[in-house]
Design a protein around this ligand. Structure first.
Ligand SMILES: Cc1cc2nc3c(=O)[nH]c(=O)nc-3n(C[C@H](O)[C@H](O)[C@H](O)COP(=O)(O)OP(=O)(O)OC[C@H]3O[C@@H](n4cnc5c(N)ncnc54)[C@H](O)[C@@H]3O)c2cc1C
Length: 407
């Protein structure tokens, strides 16, 4: 798959930034669980946050593949920073770009596109994330305000010093889900303390609570009652982006392992000279390469405006598994050093597992792939809430002129 000169140039600029700016400092942020404000701002200056967003609001409108190239290069070095971008753009800012009113776009997108602020998308609730159509958070109209009550959990970017906006899903009536934008500091909004996470430790993940939280009626994002279709559409692109992160993690593990295996000696020769180690390296290359092809194929389809829902599920499932397998093998190749937190592959080991959970678990991806084969339909109809994420997928379209985008 050949990249355009613009894509290759952008990927190379992000790669250099990751190597020279992120790699030397991220270990310290990671261990402290500190959000790297300066790095995120600098990525904004590089144009990473605006890649997919409309040009009139400071973005580049360069498509999903371009964003994925950046995410792969960042994840090659550190996945915490990559997920900060991924959640802020594919779920957060894109919810405004795709479904927001011209006023909402004008108000929020310029800062989000510049990476001066970040956006969170709050879908998951304590009662369960897989059955995403079940929404216990409620919003009722009181005059010209929405009054929101409920709780969300595991929300990326909800409480960073740069958080401009939280777009939350809420039930606005029986069998009716809508998306509503809430700005930090709004009375009735409480962003809880940072979770103590196994991995992605330099990213910000928090619970969010709404207690009689009032926002103007015009903070409704998209059409009332279309929130479910909207978030499915966002999640499809998000899956491709997470697949790019998986490809980057797999490649990063290979980079580190190859260098280590050629340098580290045992029994008078580099450990890479042992077939068992060489084959692990070969498998890592195979997985990174295949994950890359899968996400790029899905992203290209998205950018061409074709259906890409099943391709997104295939790419996400494969790349997440590739990252987990590569991180395991990399730790093995590093021996005891692979178990030390300061070793980059140890970070990859801690980070990779969530790729099999976030934006739809491996089980959800398998269900979507099986559904594309025409099986499992009956099971879903019997066992799932009508609004369940398992009962359907998005529109299969990514471009902003897709049918769901009209406000
Ligand atoms: C670090 C981190 C960041 C996150 N960021 C965000 C964010 O920014 N915004 C957001 O909204 N959410 C976010 N999430 C939430 C994430 O999307 C959910 O954790 C995920 O969707 C799974 O939901 P759950 O944790 O409630 O697991 P559950 O839904 O309770 O699932 C538990 C297990 O049961 C399986 N399962 C469930 N139903 C079925 C079924 N019908 N058949 C077979 N297996 C099934 C699942 O696959 C899983 O293995 C984040 C999570 C983490 C950990």
């Amino acid at each position: 798959m050949r990249l355009t000169p613009e894509q290759a140039e952008f990927a190379s600029a992000v790669k250099e930034f990751a190597e020279t700016e992120i790699k030397p400092v991220i270990g310290d942020h990671y261990e402290r669980g500190a959000f790297p404000v300066d790095l995120v701002r600098d990525l904004g200056k590089l144009g990473v946050f605006g890649v997919t967003l409309p040009e009139e609001y400071g973005g580049a409108d360069a498509g999903l593949l371009m964003l994925c190239l950046a995410l792969e290069e960042i994840s090659r070095v550190d996945a915490s920073v990559a997920v900060t971008v991924e959640a802020a753009v594919t779920l957060g800012a894109e919810s405004i770009a795709k479904f927001g009113t011209p006023e909402q776009r004008q108000r929020w997108l310029p800062r989000l596109a510049a990476g001066e602020g970040v956006c969170a998308f709050a879908l998951t609730e304590p009662s369960g994330g897989t059955d995403a159509g079940r929404t216990d958070t409620r919003a009722r109209l009181d005059g010209d305000q929405w009054v929101i009550d409920g709780a969300k959990c595991f929300i990326t970017n909800a409480g960073t010093p740069m958080t401009d906006l939280i777009v939350a899903t809420a039930a606005t009536g029986p069998d009716e889900v809508s998306c509503i934008a809430v700005e930090p500091g709004t009375p009735g909004l409480e962003v809880g303390p940072e979770y103590s996470k196994v991995g992605w430790r330099a990213s910000d993940t928090r619970p969010v609570y709404f207690d009689g939280c009032r926002v103007p009626a015009e903070n409704l994002v998209g059409r009332r009652g279309r929130g479910y279709a909207q978030f499915l559409q966002l999640l499809e692109a998000g899956r491709v982006a997470v697949a790019a992160m998986g490809a980057g993690t797999a490649q990063g593990c290979l980079d580190e392992s190859l260098a280590h295996a050629q340098e580290r000696e045992a029994f008078g020769k580099p450990i890479a000279a042992n077939q068992s180690i060489a084959f692990m390296l070969a498998d890592m290359r195979l997985r990174a390469h295949t994950a890359r092809l899968a996400y790029r194929d899905a992203a290209e389809k998205a950018d061409r405006g074709e259906d890409f829902g099943t391709d997104a599920a295939i790419a996400k499932l494969y790349a997440a598994q590739a990252a987990v397998d590569c991180a395991r093998d990399a730790t093995q190749i590093f021996g005891g050093y692979g178990f030390m937190n300061e070793t980059p592959v140890a970070r990859a080991w801690r980070d990779c597992k969530i790729l099999e959970i976030g934006e739809g678990t491996n089980e959800v991806q398998r269900m979507l792939i099986a559904r594309s084969l025409g099986v499992l339909l009956k099971l879903q109809q019997v066992h799932c809430h009508p609004g369940s994420v398992l009962a359907g997928s998005g529109t299969g379209q990514y471009r902003r002129d897709a049918p769901e985008t009209s406000h």
